[in-house]
Design a protein around this ligand. Structure first.
Ligand code: NAD
Length: 314
């Protein structure tokens, strides 16, 4: 039995607690940001508002504090959305933590000062010195994991032994884990698929979407290699696997379908999805300054035109 701390009580952090508990771990969840999640997770019945289930009674809730991070956990899991990464990076920086860290968050950050794009593990390590960071990505709808539907994900660390150690602690017969040393490739794929699933969603027929799927995959291969990952990673769970689930259902492809119908982003957001976070759009705004300047337009026409459509609200 290991002691696991999950930071982030949103849909993914909470769903992730379920295989961790089923693997007989001692699991604590904490929420640093959302008053709603704090209220629900600290309540008796632990009814989760996004997952629409009662989380297991064995799941412990603790208030977020720096002292909590200092406690003797065997694994710390970060399940915040991209906007929480700066915050947790600053908190961890103060502590020089040796505990293995597992990042579930998907996304990339543009570092204005040095004009470069960083993966989340690069950003955390830049903030906090050399931490022992692994990433877990792949096709996983939090609601399905919470229902214990069979789910396959991939853990990456340059030191594959660390990735395998984590996998052993959290895998169950419904939560299956693959491993990779290509941490950069896994992070890049799992982030940019949010943009390509919007592009695929914009197709107004299955034929059109399939042709966009094919072109998206070629561009994902190119970009993964450009940022220092392996091309072959694109064909794995964090690439084509996650692209499938995001294009088939989810907020990014839903927004894409409105764009394909001819709505501008602003109108579609206001009219159809006012309360939804569209991660693909957030990533577009984050990496646009870099992509538009540095990336070969001939190799990535979908990405370039899509960025322009969002930025210019076309
Ligand atoms: N690795 C995987 O298998 C997998 C699967 C699905 C989703 N995800 C990723 O997990 C992340 C969380 O997704 P989710 O569905 O739980 O989202 P969610 O909206 O349900 O939860 C977001 C979490 O981030 C926190 N947060 C938001 N803004 C913050 C801020 N400014 N400062 C600090 N904390 C902040 C919220 O309080 C909450 O805990 C996303 O990046 C998503 O892409 C990973």
């Amino acid at each position: 039995m290991k002691k696991i701390l999950i930071i982030g009580g949103g849909a993914m952090g909470s769903a992730f607690s379920i295989p961790c508990l089923d693997n007989n771990n001692n699991v604590t969840i904490t929420e640093p940001h959302s008053k709603l999640f704090i209220k629900k997770l600290s309540s008796r019945d632990k009814f989760h508002p996004s997952l629409k289930i009662n989380l297991p009674k064995k799941l412990k809730y603790r208030q977020f504090s720096v002292n909590l991070l200092k406690e003797n956990f065997d694994l710390i899991v970060i399940a915040l959305s991209l906007s929480g990464i700066d915050f947790i990076g600053q908190e961890l920086k103060k502590l020089k933590i040796k505990t293995p860290i597992l990042v579930l968050t998907k996304g990339l950050k543009y570092e204005k000062k040095n004009k470069r794009v960083l993966t989340i593990s690069e950003q955390l390590n830049r903030n906090s010195g050399k931490m022992n960071i692994s990433v877990l990505k792949g096709p996983c709808l939090a609601k399905e994991l919470a229902r214990k539907n069979q789910t396959s994900v991939i853990i990456a660390n340059k030191n594959i032994k660390v990735a395998k150690w984590i996998g052993k602690q959290i895998s169950t017969k419904y939560y299956l884990i693959e491993y990779s040393e290509d941490i950069i490739g896994i992070e890049v794929c799992s982030a940019i698929k949010n943009i390509y699933s919007m592009i695929i969603g914009s197709g107004q027929s299955l034929n059109t979407s399939s042709s966009l799927f094919h072109r998206s995959l070629l561009e994902m291969k190119y970009l993964t290699k450009y940022f220092g990952g392996k091309e072959s990673t694109t064909l794995g769970l964090a690439g084509v696997g996650d692209l499938y689930v995001s294009a088939a259902g989810g907020r990014n492809s839903k927004m894409g379908s409105y764009l394909g119908k001819g709505y501008t982003f602003k109108t579609a957001k206001k009219k159809f999805m006012p309360n939804d976070t569209v991660e693909g759009e957030q990533l577009v705004r984050e990496i646009a300054p870099f992509v538009l300047k540095k990336i070969n337009k001939k190799k990535t026409p979908l990405m370039i035109n899509f960025i322009n459509a969002i930025l210019k609200n076309k």
